[in-house]
Design a protein around this ligand. Sequence first.
Ligand SMILES: NC(=O)c1ccc[n+]([C@@H]2O[C@H](COP(=O)([O-])OP(=O)(O)OC[C@H]3O[C@@H](n4cnc5c(N)ncnc54)[C@H](O)[C@@H]3O)[C@@H](O)[C@H]2O)c1
Length: 677
Amino acid sequence: MELLKELCKGLPLDSLPENRGRDSRVPHAPAKTPKLSPEEKKLALQNSLRYFPPKFHKQLAQEFAAELRDYGHIYMYRFCPDMEMRAYPIGVYPCKTKQAAAIMHMIMNNLDPAVAQFPQELITYGGNGQVFSNWAQFWLAMHYLSQMTEEQTLVMYSGHPMGLFPSHPNAPRVVITNGMVIPNYSSREEYEKLFAMGVTMYGQMTAGSYCYIGPQGIVHGTVLTVLNAGRRYLGQDDLAGKVFVTSGLGGMSGAQAKAAVIAGCVGVIAEVDKAALLKRHKQGWLMEVTDSLDYCIQQLRKARKNKTVLSLGYHGNVVALWERLVREYDSTGDMLVDLGSDQTSCHNPFSGGYYPVHLSFPEANLLMARDPERFRELVKDSLRRQIAAINRLAEKGMFFWDYGNAFLLEAKRAGADVEKKGAKNMEFRYPSYVQHIMGDIFSLGFGPFRWVCTSGDPQDLATTDLIATAELEDILKKEVAVSVKQQYHDNIRWIREAGKHNLVVGSQARILYSDQKGRVAIAVAINQAITDGRIKAPVVISRDHHDVSGTDSPYRETSNIYDGSALCADMAVQNFVGDAFRGATWVSLHNGGGVGWGEVINGGFGLVLDGSKEAQKRAKMMLSWDVSNGVARRCWSGNTHAYETICRTMDETDNLIVTLPHLVEDSNILEKALHGY
Ligand SMILES: NC(=O)c1ccc[n+]([C@@H]2O[C@H](COP(=O)([O-])OP(=O)(O)OC[C@H]3O[C@@H](n4cnc5c(N)ncnc54)[C@H](O)[C@@H]3O)[C@@H](O)[C@H]2O)c1
């Protein structure tokens, strides 16, 4: 691969590459409005020129100033490589260690236009989930990775490769921090400025840690959510003829279309961006698309009556869809929806994450840049209208949940009626899906474990599917606590069928919710298969940050932590550090991700299995910590499932001693002690 070799030589500075500007064939991020002062603009420009020798400064300064003016950020479009970006097989990257080549494989996947939401702005998903802040950083990172040895670690500061520093073979090859802003300055306004100045970056979760695996990453979780919502709210396993209405067909939200089909229900999903809608249709994840609400209702009624599976994409605003469902109810008495949610990017509501119902998609993009204040007001009004319609339908029996996108939080901030009478500060009228629907999965140690076959060969992926199925079945056969049996059955069903659903977009990856025992067993078995030659190349083990221990986020991952520590981020930080010295190949720690800037701290890792004994040892030690950390914390916060899980894990694990809480059995003694009655 000559082009890859060229790429790994570093920024092309003998003569500047041609500036081809923005490619009109791919979607682009909306322009940002960072409100920089003249001094700050100068700083932004100066900062961006640091990557280039002075002989280019005059020319590039003009160009970068125009980008800052037109798009609110300096992406350095000129340096967007003129080659097909995709996860090439590990063997073709120039490298001195396979660990680095595996990381390059993952980076290239995150920037593949088939995978990434706005590839030229280096955004993988979630509207603003950056892999890097600009293209110079990409070139530099690839160059460092291609020349690094196992005596070095690459240090990444919010997209910027600070350099290769001496370390040792057991250290991570890359340590990434994204968005680590001093807490008192971690506001959205400051973020816009700091990002525009090129000094910080929103890495979302798996975008900035190079571990995104396409919407498959969330399909499995969404299937489990829809199935569990059916069990909990409708009291049934079979969802035939049940209607699930939601919004968003973007990076993660696109998974809802596929999940509805796998769960066997009728899914109707609104999406304002035609490109996102058509992408999912082309992929086969949406069975049908329409921009007519009449047609939408007609198809929904038909599928509901005949109990046929349907995933229908409505090209339009979700508020229009919800309001139409209310009108249908008012005029016919038919309640056409059973389950409802929302996956617009409300973590980023005023910069393209949420589109107000009053405007068409292009009109909204224009207003966002020209009159951000007016745009803000329309977003808030739209959120209020959306909640009003949802509340009407919920009163008539529909069950709605917050899908971890800060929807209810932003709706509350907009003045919508989402209050839960007599509830705690952080609770709303509708539950967060983590709090309610997924039950205590995190407390039981289950989370979105995943792996990527760096050979790029589908046959290797098929082999890993078989290995994972066999390992889970084996664990289930031996002894599994009653509380996790259902999880094991659901996950075995998923992995048995995963190959049939054509879920792969980009790298040859698989997601599988699993607990500590399952994760370790699968990783060890995959490593053995590499040793034996049954799998042709190294496999990267990873997970979503949205997991047992990876994320402190009081409106999502830690929404069921009730001891007051939901606002603390020790767990995520400990996880990042603990994974690093227990054998992770790379680690990352992020501010923001999922519910938004300043609302969450989260971290992730990548671990390269190469078939060696050393890799096996690392997998056992690191994956155990990576789960036990969060289970122990959840146990300490008073969660019964976590208590039982960590006690079982202690019985089965040498050297694990966790502090167990003594819970207050009679809450009257608290009242008496505090109030004397
Ligand atoms: N539940 C989870 O586990 C989970 C996981 C990852 C992300 N999320 C959150 O879900 C949200 C969506 O993530 P994503 O990666 O799909 O983001 P995305 O930005 O790629 O997709 C959101 C989509 O919503 C569409 N949209 C916005 N406003 C709309 C409206 N009013 N009506 C119809 N469509 C509208 C956008 O056009 C966009 O395509 C984010 O906030 C993300 O943080 C949740």
